[in-house]
Every structure is written in structure tokens, then in C-alpha cells.
Design a binder for this molecule. Structure first.
Ligand code: URA
Ligand code: SF4
Length: 211
């Protein structure tokens, strides 16, 4: 089956999923989206109210900041894939509970296996706190492990992970603004980011050529 069909199959299960209590309060589940050929996968925590309203990830204020940070790294949203650890909004934007994470993350693991990204970027401590241990790597605090590339394994797949702060945390406090900017500058220098940028440019050029 094609990547498109496999991802659509995950999404079609997510939108009707009733496996955990978050299904009761959501308006729309948010499976995630982006390029079918994404080399980089961004993983947030959970949908917020704007995302819940429309069923798409990072469309609110945190999404605007993420777009800016992506732009500074030479990346476009349409050249990456963006999703969350849990696919439904927790009430009042509380952090997802351990059981909700455990119940929902098989969807994320399937998405990772389908997309096979060269790099997974965890946005914030919920994503990093799930992904690093799952990949056999130690996780302490986001302040300690952010801004570095980590090599691990998810199931049978080798993965490169990078963690940074959550854009929403920056909007709330402003405390780690410089750190997240520095982290995205590191992403910009990474060959996987540069390859993704190049792939997009080739794509853009060839589609222009066709027109
Ligand atoms: N915060 C997240 O973690 N994910 C979203 O999709 C939006 C805000
Ligand atoms: Fe299903 Fe995940 Fe939504 Fe829970 S959060 S209902 S497991 S899609």
C-alpha cells in the first residue's frame, strides 16, 4: 500500500477512535498531516482548542510560532509532517495522562513506521518524555536533553531524535525563547534539514517547470 493510503488508514481510525476518555470531550480528533515524503517529523503534545475546532495540528498561536521557527530553519510546513503524542484535546488543555498516552501512541508509532523520517523532532517534554525512553534513550528534563541529536531505535527502525521546547511554553513564559531559537538554528545546520529543503526545492522547481 502507498504511504498516502497507509497514512489515510491511520487517520480514518483516529477520527472515530473511542479507545480513551478523551474521545468524550473532543470536537475533532487531530491525526496530523504534512508531506507524504517528509524527512522530518515534528511531534507536539496534544491538540489545543483551535486544533480541536478544525481537526488540524498546530493551527493556533503555538502553530504560528512553529511556522516562524520552521521558516527560520529553511523549512516549510508543507515539506514536513506534524502530529502529536495524543490525537484528541485534553479538557482545559491539561497534560495528557499516562494511560491516554499509552492508549494513543500506537497511532504515532504506526505513523513513524509509515513515514520513516530521517529525524523526529519532539516539541516539549510530553513528546520528548514519551519518544526518548521509547527509543531506548534516557530522558531527564527537557532543559537537559534539548538541542542535541540522539540516536535510538523504535521497534526495528533506527531513528534520530532531537528535542526542543514546546512553542506554547515559549508563548506562556517567554523564558526559553532564546533556547528554542538556538535549537532551531541547530536544525537548520543539520544535513537532514538541508536535504528536506533541497527535496522541496526540487519538487517546487519541477512543478513550476510543468506549468
Ligand atoms: N500544541 C500541541 O502540542 N499540538 C498542537 O497541535 C497544538 C498545540
Ligand atoms: Fe483515541 Fe487517541 Fe483520541 Fe484517545 S486520544 S480517543 S486513544 S485518538
Amino acid at each position: 500500500m502507498s504511504v498516502r493510503k497507509l497514512l489515510a488508514a491511520v487517520a480514518s481510525e483516529v477520527v472515530v477512535c473511542v479507545k480513551c476518555p478523551l474521545c468524550k470531550s473532543r470536537k475533532n480528533a487531530v491525526p496530523g498531516g504534512g508531506s507524504l515524503r517528509a524527512k522530518i517529523l515534528f511531534v507536539g503534545e496534544a491538540p489545543g482548542s483551535s486544533e480541536d475546532a478544525v481537526g488540524r495540528p498546530f493551527v493556533g498561536a503555538a502553530g504560528k510560532l512553529l511556522d516562524r521557527l520552521l521558516g527560520q530553519s529553511g523549512l516549510k510546513r508543507k515539506s514536513v509532517f506534524i502530529t502529536n503524542v495524543v490525537k484528541c484535546r485534553p479538557p482545559k488543555n491539561r497534560k495528557p495522562h499516562r494511560l491516554e498516552i499509552q492508549t494513543c501512541t500506537p497511532y504515532l508509532i504506526r505513523q513513524i513506521k509509515i513515514i520513516r523520517p530521517g529525524l523526529i523532532v519532539a516539541l516539549g517534554s510530553t513528546a520528548a518524555g514519551y519518544l526518548l525512553p521509547e527509543a531506548g534513550l534516557p530522558f531527564s528534563k527537557i532543559t537537559q536533553i534539548h538541542g542535541r541529536f540522539h540516536e535510538g531505535r523504535l521497534d526495528d527502525q533506527k531513528v534520530a531524535l532531537f528535542a526542543t521546547f514546546h512553542p506554547a511554553a515559549i508563548l506562556r513564559g517567554g523564558k526559553y525563547r532564546q533556547e528554542i531559537t538556538n535549537d532551531f538554528a541547530l536544525l537548520r545546520k543539520d544535513r537532514r534539514t538541508q536535504n528536506a529543503t533541497r527535496a522541496r526545492q526540487i519538487h517546487t522547481t519541477s512543478s513550476r517547470a510543468r506549468n
